[in-house]
Structures are given as C-alpha cells and as structure tokens.
Design a protein around this ligand. Structure first.
Ligand SMILES: [Zn+2]
Length: 257
C-alpha cells in the first residue's frame, strides 16, 4: 500500500514539474523570463487564477477551453505534463529510489523542453544545451567518483555520437543543425558512449518509421524537413530506460545465450 502512495506522489510531482516545463517551452524561445510572471491566457491575456492552474485537472475541468474567452487550450499542455509524469514514474520504477532515478528525471525534463521547442521552432537553444552539459558533468562525477565507472566511458560518450553527426552535417548541410551535434555531445557525456550510440541508432529507427508513415500518407516528399531533436530524444529515453536489457537481448541473439 505504501509504495503505491509513494509512486502516486512521484507521479503528481512529475505533473507539477511538467506544468513548469510548459512555461519553459513557451517562454524560452521568446527570451522571456521563466521564473517571474504569472500564467495568462495567450488569447485574451487574462491572468489565470491559481485554482485554474492545476496540472492536468484544470484542462479536464475546463474542457480544454479558456474560462473567459473560450479559446481552445492546446492539448500539448496536458500532454507534456502527462509525458513528464510517466517518464519520472518509469525512472523510479526501473531504477528504484536511487540518485540515478533522480538524475534521469531531471534529464528527461530537459529533453522534453528541447524536443518541443525544436518541434515548434526548429532550434535547440544553447542555454538548454548548457543546462544539459552541467547535469551531465555532475552525473558523470557521481558515477565515476562514487560508483567507480571508468571515466573513459563518459569522455568518449561526449564524442561518440556527436562526431558522426558533425561529419554528416558537413556532408549534408541542409539535413542537420549544429544544435543536434551539441545536443548529442552533452547527452553522450551523460549516458556514456555505449548508450548514446544505442540512442542514435534507436532515434534513427523511429525517425525512419515516422518518415515511412508520412510518405505512405503522401504527406512527405524527399525534400520534407523534420526536426531531428525529438527523435534523438526518444532514442536517449529508450536507451536509458531499456538500454542494458536491449544490449543483452542483442548479444543473446548473436552469441546464442
Ligand atoms: Zn482566454
């Protein structure tokens, strides 16, 4: 009974952090402050009272419309809250009540902000890459210092996926942005080289499937551009949550055990 309550608590914290992530996604590209200022309706600009600013619940109670002007509220807001809550929950379910789970929760929150800004504006702001880099350094110091991971794992991780992307970007300047390269460097310093290579591989598979679906629906042609950041993020999340299991299964298949 008690663990269920703790997980419910973690889920609610995840929703609340998700609500803050929405503020970041909306304000960082506009270069507005994320720490000051109350939430307001982007349509009628009325301030939203605190009791209508409850994550997820407010959206459901208001039926997805502003209380004052009835303008529809984007379903992206509750989606981001739920996505963050589930990723935080999975981190703690898979890694237990450990510092690793806490590190992953913070990482996933940054990945969500990066992905949704990239989807909307086709940029990965440098400030977010720097935040990711700082988190990665603290995480690597913890893993190397306390858990005795080899330092090479993280140093090579910084270059393992970013260098191939950099070379690809030089060959096809239209396909990849410098933001993607910096993003994978910082993420690789967090995950280490094994998991960042897996992340790059998985991200490409998901992107490929997405493109095939778009192509079959005739919504994409060869020249269609989609931001790569969200796919890299999906790859990183999958690699961190299921990576060692996937590597085990893969080795099992080729080595027969
Ligand atoms: Zn309104």
């Amino acid at each position: 009974m008690i663990p269920v309550m703790i997980y419910l608590f973690i889920f609610i914290i995840g929703l609340m952090v998700g609500s803050f992530l929405n503020v970041c996604i909306y304000r960082i590209p506009l270069e507005k402050t994320i720490v000051k200022g109350r939430s307001y309706c982007p349509s009628c600009e009325k301030l939203i009272p605190w009791y209508l600013n409850v994550p997820l619940l407010s959206y459901l109670i208001l039926g997805g419309k502003c209380k004052y002007c009835k303008a529809p509220i984007s379903p992206v807001y509750p989606f981001v809250e739920l996505l963050n809550a589930f990723l935080v929950l999975f981190s703690f379910l898979i890694y237990g009540f450990t510092l690793t789970a806490l590190f992953l929760s913070i990482l996933f929150s940054i990945l969500i902000v990066v992905s949704f800004i990239d989807l909307r504006h086709q940029i990965i702001p440098d400030g977010l890459v720097v935040s990711l880099l700082l988190l990665a350094v603290v995480h690597a110091v913890y893993r190397i210092g306390i858990l005795n991971d080899p330092w090479q794992l993280y140093l090579i991780g910084f270059f393992a996926a970013s260098i191939p992307l950099l070379i690809l970007g030089l060959i096809y300047p239209d396909g990849l942005g410098g933001g993607d390269v910096k993003y994978m460097a910082a993420a690789g310093l967090f995950t280490g080289w094994k998991l960042i290579l897996l992340a790059l591989f998985l991200g490409n598979i998901v992107a490929l499937f997405y493109f095939i679906v778009l192509f079959l629906k005739k919504k994409a042609s060869r020249g269609t551009r989609i931001p790569f950041g969200p796919f890299l993020s999906i790859g990183i999340v999958l690699a961190l949550l299921f990576g060692y299991k996937l590597i085990e299964i893969y080795l099992g298949m080729i080595l027969g055990y």
